[in-house]
Design a protein around this ligand. Structure first.
Ligand code: SF4
Length: 344
């Protein structure tokens, strides 16, 4: 009898695997930039801040000779420093120049787009309400483009505190990795307060953030548990857990590695949703799927919310040097870490 029950349980255990998940075009480009810089210039190569917010990526690159620093003044004179995918304020470029550093800017082009919007609206003397998480590197970088014009709005509850010079000349912009729904709620409240509030010229929350949230929304109502692979400082990964819980998943957890999964999470669970943030190499998702498979979750069904094919070329600074050295300046799509294997 017991055996029968086990078989039935086995048969109903399943995994819903989100697509898209994992690496976005901006992360892929930033990680490959550091790898190519190591190939080209040799170790060490300095990187200001975590190149992307993922523990595994950072430790793997450290082992290859990347040195992560908080600020440019920690980089020896004349050395090469790479700026992370999250972007930097103009003052950081100036500091690097003053220190005689060679810089490679791996800022995601979709973050750069928001910087340009900030510059443009500031030059038209707008008050810019930047929706984002206080202290996040991307927000610090964007706000640094026009500090005197930008006010940070950290979610709907922050709206009450916002004041502007002229309510007829206000625009909102946002961090690229926010919850779409929460941001719309923040905008709704802002518009209640400032009816003339203008929208950004195009979506600031990027395609990758939107698509990963969409896939989770599709899956969540069927999930007893959602496992999101990602690091705690990864904004878009943290949002995926929130979106899962808001849309019906009975539980949701963020893990860097399969080893962080607590066996008890699986108690009574039939359907597990699996996804990963935009900074997460696929090898870590494989680890989670292997773990689940060893506990009877062998039936893996993809849930496809969108197709993605966007790819960015490498930053000009490194493409130029790669070409001069006769090396390929082509991007490899998400192959970097699968090839390197699991190094943790
Ligand atoms: S999450 Fe979006 S904005 Fe951030 S690096 Fe990826 S594509 Fe660029």
């Amino acid at each position: 009898m017991g055996g029968m029950t086990a078989t039935t349980d086995q048969a109903t255990k399943r995994v819903l695997l989100a697509a898209p998940r994992g690496y976005c075009a901006g992360v892929d480009r930033a990680v490959v930039t550091v790898e190519k810089a190591l190939d080209l210039y040799g170790a060490p190569v300095y990187v200001r801040k975590e190149i992307v917010h993922n523990k595994h990526v950072v430790t793997t690159l450290e082992k290859r000779g990347a040195i992560f620093v908080e600020e440019t003044d920690e980089v020896p004179e004349g050395a090469t420093v790479i700026f992370s995918a999250h972007g930097v304020a103009p003052v950081v470029h100036e500091e690097a120049k003053a220190l005689g550093l060679k810089t490679i800017d791996a800022t995601c082009p979709l973050v750069t787009k928001v910087h340009r919007e900030a510059v443009r609206f500031a030059s038209d003397d707008y008050d810019i309400l930047l929706i984002g998480h206080e202290g996040h590197e991307e927000v610090v970088g964007t706000a640094g483009e026009a500090p005197e014009h930008i006010t940070l709005v950290d979610g709907p509850d922050d709206v009450d505190n916002v004041t502007v010079r002229d309510p007829d000349k206000v625009v909102w912009l946002s961090q690229t990795t926010l919850s779409v729904d929460e941001t719309m709620e923040t905008v709704r409240r802002l518009r209640e307060k400032f009816p003339q509030l203008q929208d950004p010229p195009s979506d600031d929350i990027c395609y990758a953030t939107q698509n990963r949230q969409l896939a989770v929304k599709h899956m969540a109502p069927d999930c007893d548990l959602m496992i999101v692979v990602g690091s705690r400082n990864s904004s878009n990964s943290v949002r995926l857990v929130e979106v899962a819980l808001e849309h019906g998943s009975k539980a949701g957890h963020l893990v860097d590695y399969a080893e962080e999964i607590d066996e008890t999470w699986l108690d009574g669970v039939r359907t597990v949703g699996v996804t990963s943030g935009a900074s997460v190499p696929e090898i870590l998702v494989r680890g989670v799927l292997d773990y689940l498979s060893s506990r009877g979750f062998e039936d893996v069904r993809p849930v496809v919310a969108a197709e993605e094919s966007l790819m960015f070329s490498l930053p000009n600074e490194i493409r130029r040097d790669l070409k001069a050295a006769g090396l390929s300046d082509k991007m490899r799509h998400d192959g970097s870490f699968a090839e390197a294997g699991s190094l943790h």
